[in-house]
Design a protein around this ligand. Sequence first.
Ligand code: FAD
Ligand code: SF4
Ligand code: SF4
Length: 494
Amino acid sequence: MATQKMLTFVSTPREMPEKRPASERSEDFHEIYREFAASKAAEQSGRCSQCGVPYCQSHCPLHNNIPDWLRLTAEGRLKEAWQVSQATNTFPEICGRICPQDRLCEGNCVIEQSGHGTVTIGAVEKYITDTAWDNGWIQPFTPAQERAESVGIIGAGPGGLAAADMLRRQGFQVTIYDRYDRAGGLMTYGIPGFKLEKDIVMRRNKLLADSGVEFVLNCNVGEDISFDAIRGKHDAVLIATGVYKTRDLDLDNADHGGIVRAIDYLTASNKVDFGDDVPDFEDGELNARGKRVVVIGGGDTAMDCVRTAIRQGAQSVKCLYRRDRANMPGSQREVQNAEEEGVEFVWMSAPGAFAGHVTGIAAEAQERDVDGIPTVAGVRIQKMRLGQPDVSGRQSPELIEGADYDEPADLVIKALGFEPEDLPKLWGVEGLEVTRWGTIKASFQTHMTSIAGVYAVGDIVRGASLVVWAIRDGREAAESIAGYLTGDARIAAE
Ligand code: FAD
Ligand code: SF4
Ligand code: SF4
């Protein structure tokens, strides 16, 4: 009987796919986890207790039918498992790799709460769809019926791509505009290969192109083509541009050379990974090789920077974060991976100034000035302690007077988060309303903005978020756009 393969969590311990040794993986940009063997995927899936009310599913932003695909995997019915999995997720193999599962599906698995260790949901999701690719089950699709209506999508990140996929399957003519030379958004140029190898994203882009989605790359909307021109060409428009304005530091000497933005640093590294010529990497500006690197921030972007610097051959890599380990926003799994690879975390620490200003290391900075432009030589580190909780319940960091010290550094990477660009101003669009945070105002149900026929999804609406949420938004917006274009008021609602 089918259920005999399930509920084995009492006798079978949780196991992740094998992780490559730190000494090996810190030499390259390949993913750090190996694939499950078929027998291991089946064994681990069989640990699921097939909950009547599956909390894993309710805490997955896509409400993936997790218990069903686990049961099918345990029974070796992988094609059916893939069919169930891809019915609710446009990129299951990507989410399986990079969702912070400890905060979503796995963090809410009931067997974890009974002390048995969560089912390895993400690793099984990845395994199922990797198997589908290997077996040729995933092929370009032809819509049952072509439709005349067209949709212009600005931004080829997960939000835009997920919407494109859903709309194209329904026969709409879909064009995606992106300012980068490759599609994928932050999946291509933000997230490093050791979390998500680039061919995984590129084959998804190709699948969409082969299914009739038109990509217009190297096209910066607002510069190369106006927003109004895009509106004029299409019957509906979706804005999925993400957030790219880097939060900055208002500190002395913050304009010194060698102090760089995380997005520039990671984009350069990903381009090198593709084999592109990257002058700013070649000349050393965005290359950590041989340097003492300090990364400022405690989120996922900071984790990606520190681990990239290790792989580039940095002399030392330190991560400054103003709270403690328990209160950092980045995934604990990524912190552990970084520590294994040789990153040092300097908790309860914030930058106070950069060298040039810092006593004791100013002279060294002077010597290293290149062409009269001062180059960073160190960071003045201020020590913090945790004070009273703020309105969000998190303890606020407070400065410990007199505990400052100087940390030498040749490369400082600012990974303090991202904010939205001022799109209405950049694009000269009247009537496109934004929130007080600068994100685009869109209905949570339909994703329509303040302009009829213009929709918005992903980070540009939510603020910096996750791939899985952008996918969900994109899929929902596609449904609304389809309703709007076909006059089906039931799904176009509002
Ligand atoms: P994006 O992925 O940002 O895509 C937007 C696209 O719009 C880009 O391709 C951009 O070039 C294009 N664009 C912008 N403006 C224009 C314009 N004017 N004209 C034309 N094109 C334009 N999430 C996870 O779930 N797991 C992770 O491990 C993870 N790691 C991350 C690591 C880093 C370093 C960063 C920065 C983010 C990470 N995230 C992670 C967050 C995740 O990548 C984003 O939430 C997600 O990509 C947002 O999707 P999106 O489609 O809204 O925007
Ligand atoms: Fe978990 Fe993300 Fe997959 Fe949902 S999409 S099941 S949250 S890994
Ligand atoms: Fe299975 Fe855990 Fe989900 Fe329950 S919560 S259905 S045990 S994966």
